[in-house]
Design a protein around this ligand. Sequence first.
Ligand code: RIB
Length: 307
Amino acid sequence: MTPEIVVFGSMNMDLVVRVARAPRGGETLHGLSFFTNPGGKGANQAVACARQGARVAMVGCVGEDDFGKTLRNALAADGIDVAHVRAAEASTGVAVVMVDAEGENRITIVPGANDLLKAEPEAIEGQFLLLQCEVPMTEMVLAARAMRAKGATVVMNPAPVCRLPDELWSLIDILVMNEIEAAELAGRPVADPAGAAAAAYSLRRRGPSTAIVTLGSQGVVVADEAGCRHFPALAVRVVDTTAAGDTFIGALCAARVAGHSMDAAVMRGIQAATLCVTRVGAQASIPRLQELEDVQQVASPSALACP
Ligand code: RIB
């Protein structure tokens, strides 16, 4: 069956160390625990879409090694179509993830096979295409061009922050970023909802009809043709922020595919991300749709000045 959502992106094995605090330069510290967990921004977003009820296909590249098999099997176990996950002569991508006592993460990725991912413009079909910045930019442009021409909505998550070529800007429908990415792309500080609205509004001029900034405990800001608005966050004890942004995006896209309004989809995204940060790991922490029934409702958005 044709997928509703195609994710063209990275697949990493996360090597996670929990620490009381990050070591300083030249310092050695004892970690609290270590575990491995399937991750990668692309694969995490695919899992989030699938667990929120969407039909998903992953286009990715892993190595011919045990990590690669584990990552592919993990996606398949979530019902994701992995026919376009290729195995290449390279190591599977890894991410070294350090999570401190506040749940804050610091991530270093070694792309490996992700750098060999090729677009398959003829082969992929779907209503939504999700992109991030952990695979080659030229291939992302090819994928976006092909899917957009077939009528798909292109969702771009510029993470880790990257320079987007003009053609890609013109192909993006929905841009979703955190405050660091928004500040970098817009070239202005983003410290609060007003700053996020200014950045999102300015980035819409480059192509996307909708720009969304996630601000962690300060909520989410959306700028689109209806104006700028702020959605509050839900208060929660944060254990690990890894994959919170991926979960937000996956839940948002699955809700849009299911026919929900943008505001309802953002609220769904906030609920899913809230649950995600209460759990450890990347794909291990991504909730299913039914689990959101027990999460508090997100308050209605308030209007923000669009500069
Ligand atoms: O967004 C979180 C992800 O970033 C991790 O799973 C890691 O693999 C990196 O891609």
